[in-house]
Design a protein around this ligand. Structure first.
Ligand SMILES: [Zn+2]
Length: 314
């Protein structure tokens, strides 16, 4: 997948809060009491085009600060996620590198769970980009179970939101329809999904191969990832909540399941089978040398060499 002298982007991590996951809801086997405090990472992607125009994308906004600004059902749910920290939040983390929300052209949400949406009102000049089906999910999530599946119908600013096209039938198409991207001048989110290598559905938003949005189904309707070229032959894959725990990718654990009060089998992924397929694709990318970072990737965050990967630290 690597070709030298092709455009690439800068990718920086942004601290955007922390939360504590009861392990049994995420991995199997796990003890009843095991808990892990993990980050909810955001990322800044900076693309410079052929006429030196910079486009800045933030992928996910982490936790909302203060948490009392969440709707009451979410505030109730997050009682189960302590210890928790909403600072530094994504806005403070951008400021470390001397950027403000006004500098962010696009906010791309991997999905709209509470620990990824931050405070969209703070990004009042940005255009929001979400995966297919997200608007419908925000209005009606009655098919989903669990306290984490409460959504705000008015989360997204209607006039500044792009919902990516449906993925149905997208794998049949062989070539991109991109009309307005013009080889990296401006991003084009209206293109059809097309295969990229063994990834069945991607959108090359700048039409220069530097930033691909990747359909990553299973966790929640509209769940998307980003594959970014960060240097000659170097790629970083931002996996959102496709996987919550690296032990699953190493086959040391399986995806967790549990029974709710009425005896239903629950899973943190809306479609567990589909989530397993997505994880298999991501594992294959990793085995081919792509750096994979999960939204709650405490192992990545703890590595000393990754400290300089946070925006403003180097
Ligand atoms: Zn999630």
């Amino acid at each position: 997948m690597s070709v030298d002298n092709e455009p690439y982007v800068q990718v920086h991590a942004l601290h955007a809060g922390r939360l504590t996951l009861p392990e049994r809801f995420f991995v199997h086997p796990a003890s009843e009491s095991a808990r892990r405090t993990v980050p909810s990472l955001s990322f800044l992607i900076q693309h410079v085009n052929s006429v030196n125009k910079t486009t800045r994308i933030v992928f996910d906004l982490g936790l909302r600060h203060p948490s009392t600004n969440y709707p009451i059902p979410i505030q109730r749910h997050l009682e189960t996620r302590h210890p928790m920290a909403t600072e530094p939040n994504v806005v403070q983390s951008l400021a470390v590198g001397e950027l403000s929300t006004d500098d962010i052209d696009y906010v791309v949400y991997s999905h709209v769970h509470w620990d990824h949406i931050g405070e969209p009102k703070a990004f009042d000049k940005s255009t929001f980009v979400v995966g297919p089906g997200t608007s419908a999910l925000l209005k009606d999530s009655s098919s989903l179970r669990g306290g984490h599946s409460f959504f705000e119908p008015d989360l997204l600013p209607v006039s500044r939101t792009i919902e990516l096209p449906p993925t149905t039938g997208a794998t049949e198409q062989e070539s991109s329809t991109g009309k307005s991207a013009q080889n990296g001048v401006t991003p084009d989110f209206s293109q059809s999904w097309v295969p990229h290598g063994f990834l069945p559905r991607t959108i090359d938003i700048f039409q220069d191969g530097s930033v691909l949005i990747v359909d990553a189904p299973g966790h929640l309707p509209g769940h998307i990832n980003i594959l970014a070229r960060t240097g000659p032959g170097k790629y970083t894959y931002l996996a959102g909540d496709a996987c919550h725990d690296r032990r699953i990718m190493r086959w040391e654990r399986e995806i967790g399941e549990w029974h709710d009060e009425s005896g239903h089998i629950c899973c943190i992924h809306a479609d567990k089978k589909q989530a397993e397929k997505t994880i298999a694709l991501i594992s294959r990318l990793e085995s081919e040398g792509v750096e994979v970072i999960l939204a709650h990737d405490v192992e990545w965050e703890e590595k000393s060499e990754n400290q300089a990967r946070f925006f403003g630290t180097s």
